[in-house]
Design a protein around this ligand. Structure first.
Ligand code: ZN
Length: 460
């Protein structure tokens, strides 16, 4: 595996030095120096794009060799595509010729060839962690792989402003899936004290946050809503009694206004990160908040969701990712199914040169084409946001005669004047998605969690 992989020089430098600290090393001073650093991984984050691309290619080649020589799955798939690792002499060749993988494909392979579908590329004796996600999908990691996972997240945490003096409460699931242990390891890597709270027990989270002076957490925004309700029931003031100062949220497609409200409510800053269980943290916001910088440990491609060809620079499309640090189960050209609205390539005031992902606008299957236009759910979500009492929605597309008809079903709370607000909602939607839509208000609760976002009757 590549020597320039995750956690190479820097980890040995800081983690190692700290472990070995004797009386002659001034640990406080070292911690202060660490806290002053602008980037978590300066040697990579300060690179120009040509430098980073060269670094990526240098790490990619041994990864492809490793996968081909040790993973029966990749050997078979590369052979079927007529490509050998030695043929990959540029990132363009990689993008043009190396096959994709998908979550469905991994599950199918693992079912067809238990247990790891031919993906496993190390002896099981070398494994340190095995995660089990619904599917089931088994994800094996060596200790080094897991450190690589934690590293991707540490980069994002540092950019968000998390520092060694912070106290972190991990509020995600520690069981079976990677979220809890990964965040735990990442906060520890940065140097924070970690409260392994885990999922649920909101009252205990509030108490622990208050008593311990917790300053940072990663959570889904629904958690912050519950936390606020519980704190209020306990007679607490979020801004006075809790010390939260920086929160990381991920993968939720929240409108900017909702994030601003969250920041004001808790008097903390909120930074978004983008990642998946298979890839860890791929993108993260810096203080400029102008999109999510791509992290240095992944090769990210943006592809047309239909043709799977690279889109013109800056355009949106499906996010396809290669993790440069996974040895036990290499993840090469993984189609995330997530669609990004656009990508910014202009320079950023934070000094990083990496492109920034715009908002994640939906899933590949959830962005239907209606009357020739791609309808992005996030645009509908944002258009509905200013209307009080409107909640979840669903798109129903039909072609009763010649033309497409889009109906947006919207949950309305009891107080909503449905007839009175219909025209205004219709106008806001037309401005957002540039085509007319029928509005169908339904009672709150009619579109529960898990309801399909799109029902396309044209396929019937
Ligand atoms: Zn930046």
């Amino acid at each position: 595996m590549p020597a320039a992989g995750v956690g190479g020089g820097r980890c040995a430098l800081y983690g190692g030095a700290r472990l070995a600290a004797g009386p002659e090393i001034n640990e406080t001073k070292e911690t202060e120096m660490l806290a002053d650093r602008q980037y978590w991984a300066p040697e990579l984050e300060a690179m120009t794009m040509p430098q980073l691309r060269a670094n990526h290619l240098g790490r990619l080649k041994p990864l492809l060799e490793w996968a081909y020589n040790n993973s029966p799955y990749y050997r078979e798939s590369f052979d079927a595509a007529g490509i050998r690792p030695a043929d990959v002499d540029s990132l363009e060749t990689f993008s043009a010729r190396v096959p994709f993988i998908t979550k469905e494909g991994i599950i199918e392979a693992e079912q067809a060839k238990p247990t790891y579908g031919g993906f496993l590329a190390v002896p099981t004796a070398d494994l340190a962690r095995i995660y089990v996600a619904p599917g089931p999908i088994y994800m094996p990691f060596t200790a080094e792989d897991f450190d690589g996972i934690a590293e991707t997240c540490a980069v994002g945490m540092w950019a968000a402003g998390v520092r060694p003096s912070d106290i972190a409460d991990v509020t995600t699931n520690y069981h079976w899936v990677i979220a809890g242990t990964q965040l735990d390891a990442s906060y520890r890597k940065v140097g924070c004290a970690v409260v392994p709270g885990g999922i649920g027990n909101t009252k205990m989270h509030v108490e622990a946050m208050r008593d311990l002076g917790v300053t940072t957490t990663f959570a889904f925004s629904t958690f912050f809503v519950q936390l606020a309700e519980t704190a209020k029931e306990m007679g607490l003031d979020l801004r006075r009694d809790l010390k939260l100062r920086v929160a990381l949220i991920g993968g939720e497609m929240k409108p900017k206004e909702a994030i601003a409200e969250l920041e004001a409510q808790y008097d903390m800053k909120v930074r978004e990160i983008y990642g998946t269980a298979d890839l860890a943290v791929v993108g993260f916001e810096c203080d400029a908040r102008a999109g999510m910088h791509l992290g240095p440990h992944h090769i990210v491609e943006i592809l047309d969701p239909v043709t799977h060809q690279p889109v013109p620079e800056g355009d949106g499309g499906e996010i396809v990712v290669t993790a440069l640090f996974r040895k036990a189960m290499p993840i090469i050209r993984y189609r995330t199914g997530d669609v990004v609205g656009y990508v910014s390539y202009d320079s950023c005031s934070c000094g990083r040169h990496t492109p920034r992902l715009g908002p994640i606008v939906g899933r590949v299957g959830d962005i239907p084409r209606v009357k020739g236009m791609f309808i992005v759910p996030k645009q509908i979500q944002n258009a509905l946001y200013p209307f009080k009492g409107l909640r979840r929605f669903q798109m129903v597309i039909d072609r009763p005669q010649l033309g497409d008809v889009l109906t947006v079903r919207i949950e309305a709370e009891p107080g909503v004047d449905r007839a009175g607000s219909k025209a205004a909602v219709q106008k806001a939607l037309r401005e957002a998605i540039r085509i007319g839509a029928e509005i169908d208000f339904v009672d709150a609760g009619m579109l529960p969690e898990g309801t399909p976002l799109v029902i396309d009757l044209r396929r019937a």
